[in-house]
Ligand binder design. Structure first.
Ligand SMILES: Nc1nc2c(ncn2[C@@H]2O[C@H](COP(=O)(O)OP(=O)(O)O)[C@@H](O)[C@H]2O)c(=O)[nH]1
Ligand SMILES: [Mg+2]
Length: 330
């Protein structure tokens, strides 16, 4: 038996990330240097009006070219991922809401969200690009929205033009993954045949459907502290805007409330540990996972990153942040 096997820590580290794990997850593409260091509690934090205006103009340009918009939201935050500034632009379009990453969301709360959105007008699907949940329903639903328009073409004996789709959503919500899944484009690009066109405007999805290959970016809107935290934990905003300390504090607080057994098992905590304030719970986790500075004192910032990384890797189980009981409006 190797020495490694005899090490009592080896069992732990074989299954769990420790503070020394190298695993990195890429997250958060939007950088907002103007937001760094601003306190969450003082005021509504927003993008510079200029940023928002530019993003809206770009989206308006894209919208002109399409019939149906597939708006991707995160199934764990069906309403926190909405930016109401973009709503007026989208109201003029046929739209389908695709709640992605359903595999990461709490199944029971997702059922409640389904009931909630069924009572509203906008068609929707809870999907997952990774485990391919409900993706086969996206095109039939898109075609259904065009039936009336297409029947007019048929009456006149003309073939209807192809349906033009656009995917939009906040950063990291899964736009590229969905485009790849729906178009199977990645498979085509990595195929053995040379000369595959690198840049094409429209991707053909079927004999009568095309998808714009560049997704539209919705700027996430930070309406209040909690929305900002939820958007950052789920990946739309860069961690440094908020800081990992506030993020892990919030995340641990939510996990203690909604998924205590998941963190207890994962970090091998005692039931009493679960009653600690998040900051003290973090210290326990830091001890368990060896997040220590050279002198042996606890390294908070490494422990914060570890908790965030474990959550984003799905190791702390499924969790929903938004709950339909608290949703004011869609
Ligand atoms: N678990 C899960 N992860 C997903 C899903 N869709 C995308 N991801 C992951 O989320 C990250 C961002 O995805 P990406 O498609 O690049 O998002 P984009 O910025 O909106 O284009 C990547 O690490 C994806 O692997 C999904 O449905 N479920
Ligand atoms: Mg992308």
């Amino acid at each position: 038996m190797s020495k490694l096997r005899q090490n009592p820590m080896s069992k732990l580290s074989a299954h769990h990330t420790t503070c020394n794990s190298k695993k990195q997850i890429k997250y958060g593409v939007i950088e907002a240097p103007e937001l760094v260091g601003k306190s969450w509690d003082t005021q509504d934090i927003n993008w510079y009006p200029g940023h928002m205006l530019k993003a809206k103009k770009e989206l308006a340009k894209q919208l002109k070219r399409v019939d149906v918009v597939l708006e991707i939201r995160d199934a764990r935050i069906p309403v926190s991922s909405v930016n109401h500034d973009f709503e007026e632009l989208l109201l003029q379009k046929k739209r389908i809401l695709l709640f992605n990453k359903t595999g990461l969301a709490d199944a029971e709360i997702t059922r409640k969200w389904e009931a909630y959105f069924k009572k509203r007008d906008t068609p929707f699907l809870f999907v997952d690009a990774l485990i391919k949940r409900n993706l086969q329903k996206v095109l039939p639903l898109s075609r259904k929205l065009m039936q009336e328009k297409w029947s007019n073409f048929r009456k006149r004996g003309i073939r209807h033009p192809s349906l033009k789709l656009l995917i939009i959503g906040v950063p990291n919500v899964g736009k590229s993954s969905l485009i790849n899944r729906l178009s199977k484009r990645k498979a085509a690009e990595t195929g053995p045949n040379p000369g595959v066109t690198k840049h094409q405007d429209w991707i053909k999805l079927g004999k009568d459907v095309e998808l714009l290959d560049t997704p539209g970016i919705l700027m996430p809107k930070i309406e209040n502290r909690e929305t900002g935290l939820r958007l950052t934990i789920t990946g739309a905003i860069k961690d440094s805007v908020v800081g990992t300390s506030q993020l892990s504090d919030y995340l641990l607080g939510v996990l203690q409330l909604k998924a205590p057994l998941q963190i207890q098992q994962h970090y091998q905590l005692t039931p009493e540990d679960l009653d600690l304030l998040p900051g003290n719970l973090l210290k326990k986790i830091a001890e368990k996972r060896g997040c220590l500075k050279s002198g042996g004192t606890i390294d908070n910032s490494r422990a914060e990153s570890l908790v965030l990384r474990d959550f984003r890797a799905g190791e702390l189980g499924r969790l929903s942040f938004d709950h339909p009981d608290n949703a004011e409006s869609d």
